[in-house]
Design a binder for this molecule. Sequence first.
Ligand SMILES: Cc1cc2nc3c(=O)[nH]c(=O)nc-3n(C[C@H](O)[C@H](O)[C@H](O)COP(=O)(O)OP(=O)(O)OC[C@H]3O[C@@H](n4cnc5c(N)ncnc54)[C@H](O)[C@@H]3O)c2cc1C
Length: 471
Amino acid sequence: MAHVGIVGGGVTGLATALSLSKIGFQVTVFESDATPMPVSPEEAFSWNRRGAPQVRHSHALLGRLHNLLRDFHPEVLKMLLDVGATEIDLAQHMPDTLDDLNPHPNDKDLFMIAARRTTFEWVLRQIVMENPDVVIRTGERVTGLITSDDDISEVQGLVFDHGGSEFFDLVIAANGRRSQAPEWCKAIGIDIAEEVEDTGIVYYSRFFRVNEDQELPFSDRLIAGDLGYLKYGVFWGDNRTFSITLATSDKDKTFWGVRDPEIFDQVVREIPAAAEWVTLGADPITQVHSMAGLLNRRRFLSDENGLKIKRFHMIGDALICTNPLYGRGCSTGFWQAHLLTKAIEQSPDDFVVQAEIFAQDIDEHIIPWYQASVDSDRNNREFESGVTGEGSTRKSILQNGLLPATQTSAKVWRAFMRMMNLLAPPKSLNEPEIMADVLEMWEKRDERPIPPPLGPGRDEMIDLLGLKETA
Ligand SMILES: Cc1cc2nc3c(=O)[nH]c(=O)nc-3n(C[C@H](O)[C@H](O)[C@H](O)COP(=O)(O)OP(=O)(O)OC[C@H]3O[C@@H](n4cnc5c(N)ncnc54)[C@H](O)[C@@H]3O)c2cc1C
């Protein structure tokens, strides 16, 4: 039985271990965080996960992920529900203003999972730990690659910070945004090219728990919005938890104070759609966590001369990461794990063909989401800077055409939900029958009454919070 070494025990590393074990591989996962497995999801919430600091932030778990679990790993979905996560049946939350409220057969796929990221990862690790073909070794940091004496581009194993090394038939780097794999490759003379675009945002998240006697205010309204200078989102969690995320520009120093819990809560109270969550009887259960330096980035393991490194894959955030605002990383990481497993199954012994199959699938299924993230960020920047151009027009069509049309046209609502949940590609919204409804709505934008603002404008918010404009 071939033995695979996986670097990183986050969502993608665990998903890859799970999928590979199901097709007969023996897997060892190396996770640098030395923390032992917590006994429950509640304990996992304060898990020391320094290697994946984003676990302290809100996470949307999208339809694509839900359906991969439902169809291939029902034991994971079951355990998630058993420990307090819920399935959000989006068709049950259709706005009643839609022109057709009849169910559609595809609605069976429109489910999200409401769970904290730590709960999801705890369940995944629990299931993987129970698998006799997978060993998880925590507190072991990989620092480099062993390659063949005859061919430096052929990986044979891993080197660790404790000075040891181990041989594997195949090595997979699933070690996240901060992956050091490009440096390991450089150390053996191989350059991994990358394309990077900074998102320019700072993320602030705080978790809350509603009181025992209180229902979560599930509503059919979008609980995410953009005030121009500040974006917000409310995320349903497990076990009566929810979290609120605020995101500001990393250049806007005036709002850096949002890290202060009092200012954070004040901002939330000024945004009606978010305020209703905190005023219903909920207590904060964390401080405000912040994270900056968030990138859109993709890496290339081959160039026009072909594959640069064999018996080695990069996967998950290590290969491609996107603006977290779109909430896609765990779902695309899990999806990548499936694509890689398929490539390995199709070509277990020819590592070049295996890498080619994986690269083609990544190009077909994952890169459109990377590109959509880069494009949306560019459109947002152009729109916010007041420049008129194609990007601003696209942003205006989104705000004044697509979003209002999701409240009136069932066709557009479904197309939007399928796209947001990675069940249909980004370009699916350009289908003529969808675009017709969107553009009709957009062209009439000046005839409609101006909708109530989502929250205070920037100057008003600064006054309300008593902040000082900081250059
Ligand atoms: C602020 C923020 C909010 C986000 N919100 C969402 C969201 O709403 N929905 C969503 O789906 N995604 C979201 N994401 C993205 C999501 O968190 C990532 O896409 C996902 O965690 C990627 O999983 P991964 O397993 O590839 O990497 P990670 O989860 O980062 O795991 C990598 C693991 O590798 C380990 N490691 C690193 N180096 C080594 C080494 N040398 N040796 C051994 N182990 C090592 C780390 O300790 C870590 O455990 C968000 C990201 C951020 C930053």
